[in-house]
Design a protein around this ligand. Sequence first.
Ligand SMILES: [Zn+2]
Length: 299
Amino acid sequence: MLLNLPLSRSRLDRAAHLRADSAGLDELWRAAKVISMVGDKFKTTADGLAFIDPVSAPGERYFLGLDRSGTPYFVTHQSAGDIDLQEFQSLRTIGANLNDLEIGAAVHALALTQWHEAHQRCAKCGESTHSTFAGAVRECDKCGASHHPRTDPAIIVLVKDDKDRILLGRQKIWPAKRFSTFAGFVEPGESFESCVIREVEEECGGKVSDMKYLGSQPWPFPASIMIAYEAIITNPDSVKADGEEIEEIIWLTREELHTKTLSGDLLLPPIISVARAMINAWYGPSASDELRGGESWRN
Ligand SMILES: [Zn+2]
């Protein structure tokens, strides 16, 4: 069964057929619920996302979709500058507390706005570009080239041995004691499965003999999608950290993981991550009560 991943929830219909109708979009805008973003942060209330009045919404607007009642949702985006960010929070902070509709809209909004902000110039001729199709495309002002939002696939893999232990690794750049599963970007011309085999071999020398697809989750920090697998390796006794990206690895039984997280000797990745979902699913139904791994981010 596939994992139930926290950032893969969504309730909006993207309604792509509406993106080309600019008069129709103006009409939708007047009735819209509008998410307000500055940089990579969202305006929030105590309950979740704040929805602002379209009449006074600042910044570029992008269409996100319709809810079941037909209410349109947009995001407006401004670059961070001198704007007071007191009421704004990042998706990393609020992600675990949003409902299904909000999280789907927020993940889409974050991925889309970060792409727009980073692609103001044409990749073909270097001239300026403008948003079109309600924010689904950018078009060059000079050569007319169309540019589409990019999403960078990365595999993430829970490595196991034949005794059902899991192998976690620690990257040099992470906070002390923070461990997670192995991951890496899919390279051009590479399949997801080949990437799993390559990354496991590169990071710990593990030889993958079997793998299973577990699901996928958008990870818009700034533009990834994580494709999750679990993999069995045949050489659990000879694995070792590559010493470059990964500086330490550790095999864990459920009991060992429980003890180490309880004592604070091992910090787990955050609740909204695929890595945490995979570790919790392997651990079992009591994971949310027993694994207090902390919410440490890499920065
Ligand atoms: Zn151009």
